[in-house]
Ligand binder design. Sequence first.
Ligand SMILES: [Zn+2]
Length: 87
Amino acid sequence: MQYWNIRSPKGQPGQDNNPGMTSVYDEVEIEDMEWDADARAFFFPCPCGDRFCISLDELRDGEELARCPSCSLMVRVVYDPESLPVQ
Ligand SMILES: [Zn+2]
C-alpha cells in the first residue's frame, strides 16, 4: 500500500468546520462591508486587489463565506440574520 503526496493543512486558522481546501483569510463584520444595492451583494476589499463578494441570497441561505473571484481567499462574514437588508 502506498501513500501519495499526503498534505496536511497547517497554518490555516479558522478551519473548525470547513474541511478540505477552505482558506479563510479573515473575519469581517458585515457593517464593515460595502452594500451594493444593484448587485444585491456585499463587498470587501481583497488583498489581491479584487473584492470579496457575498450575495444577500447567500446570506439568507446561511452562507457566511464571502469569496474573491480572482483568488482562492475567503472571509467569514459576521452578521446578524435579523439585520439583513429587507430587499
Ligand atoms: Zn482576491
